[in-house]
Design a binder for this molecule. Structure first.
Ligand SMILES: [Zn+2]
Length: 95
C-alpha cells in the first residue's frame, strides 16, 4: 500500500489523522461509507461537530439513506470495512 498520510481536517492542523468521521450512505442500489472528515486526537470533538452540522444541512434525495455519523479508528491502508467503529467515543461527542 502507499504510505500517503491523511491529515486532520481541522483548519491549520497538520497532524496525521487518528480518526475518520463517516456515515453509511446508500441510494438503494449501492452503499458506501461517506466520509465527513478526519481528525487527530486533539480535534476529534470539533471535527465531529462540524460533520454533524454538515449532515444536518444535507437534504438527501428521496432514494438516498444517510445513517448516523460514526467515528472509526483510522489506520492508513485499511479498507473501510476493516476499520474499527468506536461506539463509546461517539456517545461523548454526539449533540
Ligand atoms: Zn488536528
Amino acid at each position: 500500500m502507499s504510505s500517503q498520510a491523511v491529515h486532520c481536517s481541522f483548519g491549520g492542523c497538520s497532524e496525521p489523522a487518528s480518526y475518520k468521521i463517516a456515515a453509511r450512505w446508500s441510494d438503494g442500489r449501492f452503499a458506501e461509507l461517506k466520509t465527513y472528515g478526519f481528525a487527530c486526537s486533539d480535534h476529534l470533538g470539533p471535527v465531529f461537530q462540524q460533520a454533524e452540522q454538515r449532515q444536518h444541512e444535507y437534504r438527501p434525495a428521496p432514494n438516498e439513506v444517510v445513517e448516523e455519523l460514526a467515528i472509526y479508528r483510522y489506520e492508513t491502508g485499511k479498507r473501510d470495512r476493516q476499520l474499527q467503529r468506536l461506539w463509546g467515543l461517539e456517545e461523548n461527542y454526539r449533540t
